[in-house]
Write a protein that binds this ligand. Structure first.
Ligand code: RRO
Length: 313
């Protein structure tokens, strides 16, 4: 009944068969997990943020589901970038779907090294994560505008494949102005907003303790709690990026209606993290169907037609 609703979209020149992909984070670290995503209706395979060396990540418990989302402090557990370079070739060959690398270096040199390696790999896009909130002693780069400018200046010189930036949530309008200017200056292909809201605290009154162990219980909040922040960030950047930088909306997408709200705000595509972790790969097709149903009901037949169409009150 909703077959005439076309969910295909383009992000930084890369065609995606659907508006919905997985977010870097949950269940995209091992090859088996990536195969599950490749076989699903996710329009691309986004891989876990990687570092130069493999990492075990933070001590457990480090991920807890909540009624309306999750809190975690994973600490970048990953197999090291060389594995993801290999995985990208295998995935591309086995499934033919776009593959997106995510990288989160501990310093500028690490980021440059990994970007160079992925530029030589078969990945379709590279997401540089400037917003992991969970590394002890490492502030989120995306809140340091001088460094963001500097690092992007070097990374974007190596630019045969589209480079995107995973941004932290911003809360002040002047910060949107400043970050948008940097993204335009370096001609980044896309932004992904938002990462989890970092350094939140959930306390269990019974045990009188936090519910995750690392960093005294401080962790990244995700899911429905943060959707309004994700929506405002997408909208704020849409208004400032002049259509020159694509936008992935991320944060609290559980239903097709949530995905539609991100579309109205101006997302070119969305990424699903917490819901994928809770519900598994079937979430991609369920959300796609629900999105098609709401678009049909409202008379939209394509993503491009509805994108950014938030009305004024
Ligand atoms: O692995 C993590 O702890 C993590 C990362 Br890299 C990130 O970008 N965002 C997040 O909430 N957790």
């Amino acid at each position: 009944m909703t077959k005439n609703i076309d969910l295909s979209t383009t992000v930084a020149g890369v065609n995606l068969e659907s508006y919905i992909i997985n977010a870097s984070g949950p269940d995209c670290t091992t090859y088996e997990e990536l195969q599950t995503i490749a076989r699903s209706e996710s329009a691309a395979v986004m891989m876990k943020s990687c570092t130069v060396e493999p990492r075990e990540g933070n001590p457990e418990p480090r991920y807890q589901r909540l009624d309306f989302g999750a809190i975690q402090s994973m600490g970048l557990p990953n197999l090291g970038y060389k594995e993801y370079v290999k995985f990208s070739a295998q995935l591309r060959q086995e499934y033919g779907k776009p593959v997106i690398a995510s990288l989160s270096g501990m310093c500028k040199e690490d980021n440059l090294k990994m970007v160079e390696a992925f530029q030589e790999s078969p990945v379709d896009m590279i997401e540089v994560n400037f917003s992991c909130p969970n590394i002890v002693g490492k502030p989120q780069l995306g809140y340091d505008f001088e460094q963001t400018d500097k690092v992007l200046g070097e990374i974007c010189k190596i630019n045969s494949k589209p480079i995107g930036v995973k941004l932290p949530p911003y809360f002040d309008l002047c910060h949107f102005d400043m970050v948008a200017e940097i993204m335009l200056k370096h001609k980044v292909g896309f932004i992904s907003c938002i990462n989890s809201i970092g350094n939140t605290l959930i306390i269990d009154a019974e045990t009188e303790a936090p519910i995750i162990k690392p960093k005294g219980g401080f962790g990244g909040l995700s899911g429905q709690y943060i959707k309004p922040v994700g929506l405002s960030n997408v909208r704020a950047f849409l208004e400032r990026l002049k259509g020159q930088v694509a936008i992935f909306g991320v944060g609290g997408i559980v239903t097709g209606t949530d995905a539609f709200e991100y579309l109205l705000a101006g997302a070119d595509a969305v990424q699903i993290g917490t819901t994928f972790e809770k519900e598994g790969a079937a979430s991609f097709s369920r959300i796609a169907q629900e999105l098609q149903a709401i678009m049909q009901r409202k008379g939209y037949s394509s993503i491009a037609e509805a994108k950014g169409k938030l009305r004024e009150l």
